[in-house]
Structures are given as C-alpha cells and as structure tokens.
Design a protein around this ligand. Sequence first.
Ligand SMILES: Nc1ncnc2c1ncn2[C@@H]1O[C@H](COP(=O)(O)OP(=O)(O)O)[C@@H](O)[C@H]1O
Ligand code: SF4
Ligand SMILES: [Mg+2]
Length: 319
Amino acid sequence: MTDNSGLELNNLTVKVKNAGNDEFYVLRNVSFLLKAPEVLGILGESGSGKSILAKEVCGLNSYPVKKISGDVSFDGKVLSMEKDYAGVRGKQIAMIFQHPTSALNPVITIGKQMTEILLHHKTVTDKKAAAELVASILEETGIDHSADRMLSYPHQLSGGMNQRVMIAMAISTQPRLMIADEPTTALDVITQEQIIKLLSDLGKKKDYATLFITHNISLMQKIADRVLVLYAGEMMEILTGKSLSAGKIKHPCTIALKECLPTLSHIGSSLPTIPGQIARNDERYDNRCVFYERCMYTQPRCKSEKPDFIDGVRCFYPL
Ligand SMILES: Nc1ncnc2c1ncn2[C@@H]1O[C@H](COP(=O)(O)OP(=O)(O)O)[C@@H](O)[C@H]1O
Ligand code: SF4
Ligand SMILES: [Mg+2]
C-alpha cells in the first residue's frame, strides 16, 4: 500500500489579479511534501507570499488573490472546492495565527470557547466530558490551574497565555497538520521561545505535521526540521534546519537572509533587511532569475534565463 498521507503542493501558482491589467504572481510553481511529525518552516521576508501560501492550503484566499494552476492535496485528496474542506479545515488541518486575541471571542470564557469546539466536532458528546477534556488539554499546553483558567476571559490572560489557549484549541481536534503563521510575532523574546518549544514538542508527541511560518531566521533555526526559503512567491532553496544553523547554504537569497539576522549591535535600531525592494513577480521574470536585482553573485546569464529548482536550489551558481 502506498503512503499518501500528509500535505502535498504540486506546482501551486497563485496570482493577485486586480481589475485591469494589474496582476502578478504571489506563488509561482511551489511544490513540496510534508508528513508528520516533520516541522517544515517557510522562511521569507515580508511580502514573499508566506501568508498567501498558508491561506491557500486552508482554502481561505479570495479576490483579488486567485489560484492559476497546480494543486494542494491532503492525505491523497485534492482540496480545491469549498466542499473539499468540510471536516478538514479547523479539524484535520488546524491553524494558529499572529494575534490570538483577534481569533478568540472577547465575551466568552476560554473554557466555553474550547468546549464548543469539541462539541461541534463531536469529539465528545456531553458537556461534562468536554469540560474534563478541555482542562486536560490546557494542562498539556502548559496552563496550570486549568479549571480556574477556563473561567477566564481572553483579556484576563497575557498574550503568551492566550497563544497557549489557541494552541490548545488547535490540538483539541487531533489535527494531522498544524499551520502556524507568525504565531509569536506579537510576543516578547522569552515567551516566543517557550511557544516555539511547545509547538515543536507537541507535534512530535501527538504526531502531526507542522507548517511553521516566520520571517525570523533565529526562531526558524530553533524549530524547523526542514526550511523552504520563499522569495517573491518562488522557492529559492529547501535545506535542513541544521544546515541553515550551520551556514551550509547554497542560495544567495538564503545567505542574504542569514546575514540580516539581528545581532547585539542591532538591538535598539530597526531590524536589518536585505537591501532593495522585493521583486514584483510578473512576466518580466519569465526569463530572468527573480532574485536578480538583489543578488550579490549575479552573472549575465541570470538576466536572460530563469533557473529551475534542481536538487533543492533555484540558482545557476549555487554556493
Ligand atoms: N488581498 C490582497 N490584495 C492584493 N495583494 C495582496 C493581497 N494579499 C496579499 N497580497 C500581496 O501578496 C504578496 C504576498 O503577501 P503575503 O503572503 O501576505 O506576504 P508575507 O506573509 O510573506 O509577508 C504581497 O505582495 C502582498 O502585497
Ligand atoms: S541565478 Fe543568478 S541572480 Fe539568481 S540567485 Fe543565482 S546567481 Fe543570483
Ligand atoms: Mg504574512
């Protein structure tokens, strides 16, 4: 029997199509396979298409963002129509986003919000069993005195605690895939690291795959088994988290991102970024490397030909 479990993207291509001629690629031929319990990181600077990718996997993009070609499949089943997502989105595929407070209802206690999810998905059938399960899931995500915490409203908890509640909600449906889009960006550095550790430990313990999205290379190195580097909607490189940490990098874009890693000297100033503007990926890049304008290693060929993605890297002159 073939094992077709997991998430598979096959040449996924998505454009922003505004009225008139104004259109460009936000994802261009993105392909990968992700199986539990791996953590696949999506790394890229702001505007590189990370959130569009997360939303496309969940079927949540809408006009002017439109899929052009390719597909997303989950456990061997192509997800394309809204009906394909029934029983998948919010259950087998769980999501956590940057701002937990915007995803939590401010006027309902966290215990009640979680209980409703379990009853909705028929994980349990009566309220008492649901409440007991909620308490145990909250404990698993590091929330002590869970019976008391269940009576709290979101504004009574810290940002980090609310993100733990979001994670508890996400794992309560026993997902096969967790999508975490910049889940710690709004938190302080110490809390960020605790949340990252929790996500990574839970994924291995409960055996689900994780798609972890961030522009923060330092956090990425702490959590990802494998990292996909995205630039202007295109895959630049896939490498292991270990290679990224050790600087065993092949693509100039990944090098540039690594060199942007904030060091002590940057504390107090704004975060460093790759010099220049991210490319607007349109037909100009049909025959040109999309990283051309910002690459330190460019050669004449890069301007008149587009590199394919070969052996984990899209570059004519990998390092
Ligand atoms: N609803 C939208 N309408 C127009 N452009 C959009 C929309 N959503 C995203 N984009 C564009 O798509 C690109 C990728 O966005 P996004 O995936 O949010 O980037 P990231 O999450 O990597 O910062 C950006 O150029 C952004 O401006
Ligand atoms: S193909 Fe050329 S421009 Fe593109 S990343 Fe490689 S060296 Fe740089
Ligand atoms: Mg984003």
